[in-house]
Design a protein around this ligand. Structure first.
Ligand code: HAM
Length: 431
């Protein structure tokens, strides 16, 4: 029987894990620079947490199961609902705003393809109890900051406000559930389906025309004035447009103006209420969306008080892919700094002692564990990317010395055993 990993999942080997760790740490640092603190929630939750208001698409994709106690559980498809639950359980009385970030795997039963997996990772944040558009501007600037720190080029941040489309629909008497259906079609880019549904819902011809036009509109700040004229007769939609305008002005203060206003963003999840944004990297093809987020009302839906919440999540795997295609990933083959090897078997215990001493002094060290001969030791150490090899021979040890080999230059010297740590620390620092 050949053992296979489940469809849509991946194994990550050493080098890839190093690259992922580096990117993860860079992004974590940015989140922490903006005052976010890390949280962790369970990988599985009650199924109902995700069926309440996560949107049709997500519900269809949920991995759910019954445990031995007959409880309906689900592997989390995303982290906003778990964080809203955590807030309701433990943080309602905490001083606001609360800034939380997370890094964890999510599960969606989707058709696997490039950039679309059944297990994938999200690095994201939720800001609970802030004020729009102030917190939205800060969050968007932070998302851009992360990508700058990673030196990712050719990304586009698209911004919109769902209140514009929803305002027009509400004024036409379209119910909130029907609006969710419309948003799902817009999110999928299904123009034909959208036209059919709008026809069925008997929207006024004027509203229908405006709506279809808005969905295709993209531009910069100037777009606002143009749209204002179009939706003058829809007060709620106009108020949302003004919110969007305020956000754009604020973004300038946060030092970020490279956005695209995009009124066709609908998001695949149903809990968003106002500002929404998505980040695209065109080079990724069909799965070009590396991040998505916005302002939502999930806490209220879960029975809590009305508290403004904004957040977003990077699809970590897609960020990695984007960095790879732009060749922005630094390959790091290094496993250890030092390799210690006995020249003969009777020196083995001395080699172990030296290795432990180096490790205690925070020098990453590997030691010969399979009894290789010298020549093979050196090529193995080279493969590990070790900068130095410490060779422990009987003759040198009689004089309390070991041989230190610099793997880069090939130079070899005998050094007193009590100075090995100090010498290595100083040389490694200079690298
Ligand atoms: P989302 O857009 O569904 O939003 O997912 C966020 C990101 O996860 C996407 O932009 C995409 O890069 C990545 N992603 C989604 N599905 C997959 C998949 N099957 N394989 C690989 N990557 C994937 C959310 O999940 C919201 N909770 C974001 C949020 C946080 N909104 C407010 N706060």
């Amino acid at each position: 029987m050949e053992l296979q990993k489940p469809r849509g999942t991946r194994d990550f080997l050493f080098e890839e894990m190093k690259e992922r760790k580096l990117v993860e740490n860079t992004m974590r640092k940015v989140f922490e620079t903006y005052g976010y603190q890390e949280i962790k929630t369970p990988i599985f939750e009650d199924l109902s947490l995700f069926t309440l208001k996560s949107g049709e698409g997500i519900i269809e994709e949920i991995y759910h199961f019954q445990d031995k106690g007959g409880r309906d559980l689900a592997l989390r498809p995303e982290l906003t609902a778990p964080v809203a639950r955590l807030y309701l359980n433990q943080l309602q009385k905490a001083p606001k705003p609360i800034k939380m970030y997370y890094f964890g795997s999510c599960f969606r039963y989707e058709r696997p393809q490039a950039g679309r997996f059944r297990q994938f990772w999200q690095l994201g944040c939720e800001l609970i109890g802030g004020k729009s558009p102030d917190c939205e501007a800060e969050i968007i600037a932070m998302a851009a900051n992360c990508l700058e720190e990673l030196k990712l080029e050719d990304y586009n941040i698209h911004l919109g406000n769902l209140g514009i489309l929803r305002g027009i629909l509400s004024q036409n008497g379209v119910s909130s559930d029907q609006q969710d259906q419309i948003m799902a079609l817009i999110d999928k880019g299904d123009v034909e389906g959208l036209e059919i549904l709008l026809e069925e819902l008997q929207l006024s011809p004027e509203s229908r025309e405006i709506l279809l036009k808005l969905v295709g509109m993209q531009g910069h700040y100037e777009l606002i004035a143009q749209v204002k004229e179009m939706i003058n007769d829809y007060p709620d939609a106009l108020a949302s447009l003004e919110e969007l305008e305020e956000l754009l002005i604020m973004l300038e203060a946060f030092g970020f103006t490279a956005y695209t206003v995009d009124l066709g963003i609908a998001r695949g999840l149903d809990y968003y209420t106002g500002t929404v944004f998505e980040i695209y990297v065109e080079g990724l093809g069909a799965q070009k969306q590396i991040s998505g987020g916005g302002t939502y009302n999930l806490i209220e839906i879960f029975g809590g008080e009305k508290v403004e919440s904004t957040g977003f999540a990077f699809g970590f795997d897609r960020v990695m892919e984007a960095l790879k295609i732009q060749e922005n990933i630094k390959s790091n083959k290094k496993n250890v700094e030092v390799f210690v090897a006995p020249i003969s078997t009777d020196m083995k215990l001395n080699a172990f002692k030296i290795a432990q001493d180096l490790r205690k002094n925070s020098i990453s060290t590997d030691v010969e564990l399979v009894g290789r001969k010298l020549k093979k030791v050196l090529s193995f150490a080279d493969n590990l990317g070790a900068n130095f090899v410490v060779l422990v021979g009987a003759r040198e040890l009689e004089e309390d010395k070991v041989t230190l080999k610099d793997m880069e230059s090939g130079d070899q010297e005998q050094v007193p055993i009590e100075t090995v740590v100090e010498i290595l620390q100083s040389r490694l620092k200079d690298l």
